[in-house]
Design a protein around this ligand. Structure first.
Ligand SMILES: [Zn+2]
Length: 64
């Protein structure tokens, strides 16, 4: 696991094509200059939640 920041935000293209509600989940490692999309707007991903600290991990492929 690598530390970083998760944000929910859209893109300029998505804003003009679909609107403000079209936003993605992004993750940027502390050592990176650019964020990557973790999940796109409305996408359902497999995930896990820690019962001790509520940390959530998201699997990088769609739910089966
Ligand atoms: Zn935990």
């Amino acid at each position: 696991m690598e530390p970083g920041c998760a944000t929910i935000r859209g893109t300029i293209l998505g804003f003009f094509v679909i609107g403000f509600s079209y936003q993605h989940l992004w993750f940027q490692k502390n050592t990176a200059k650019k964020a990557d999309v973790v999940a796109t707007s409305g996408e359902i991903r497999q995930s896990h939640r820690c019962v001790n600290c509520d940390a959530v991990s998201i699997v990088p492929f769609p739910r089966i």
